[in-house]
Write a protein that binds this ligand. Sequence first.
Ligand SMILES: [Fe+2]
Length: 133
Amino acid sequence: MQMLWDSKLAVGVDKIDNQHKELFNRMNSLMDAMKEGKGKNEVMGTLKFLEEYANRHFSDEEELQRKNNYPKFEIQHKEHEEFKMALKDLRMKLEEQGVSAMLAINLQQSMCGWWKKHIKELDMDLGKYLMSV
Ligand SMILES: [Fe+2]
C-alpha cells in the first residue's frame, strides 16, 4: 500500500502542498525498497534521500512560520523534531538488524499515521493562518 496524497490533505499553500507530495513519494520509495527486500545499501540510500528532503521541508516550513509570527511554532517544531528522531531511530535499527518485512510494515503504519495526523491537525491550521495574514 502506497502513501497517497489527496486533496483532503491540501493545506492551501502551494509550496507546502508540493513538498508534502514529494515527501510522500520519497517515503514510498523507502518503503518499496524495504518491502522488495533490497540490500542494506540501497535502502540506506532511499532513507538518506528522504531525510534530506524532510529536513529541507521542515526548515522551509518553520521559516515561513517564524516570518509570519505563527503562534503555534513551538508545537510544530516539536513534532518536526520527533519525525527527524524517528528517521534516526530507523537508521539505527537498519544498521543493527538489517532490512526486514516486520520493520517495513511497522514503518509504513507509523509514517502514514504520523503524516496524516500532522497535516490534518497542525499543517491545516498553519495553512489557514498563512492565508489570513
Ligand atoms: Fe509541519
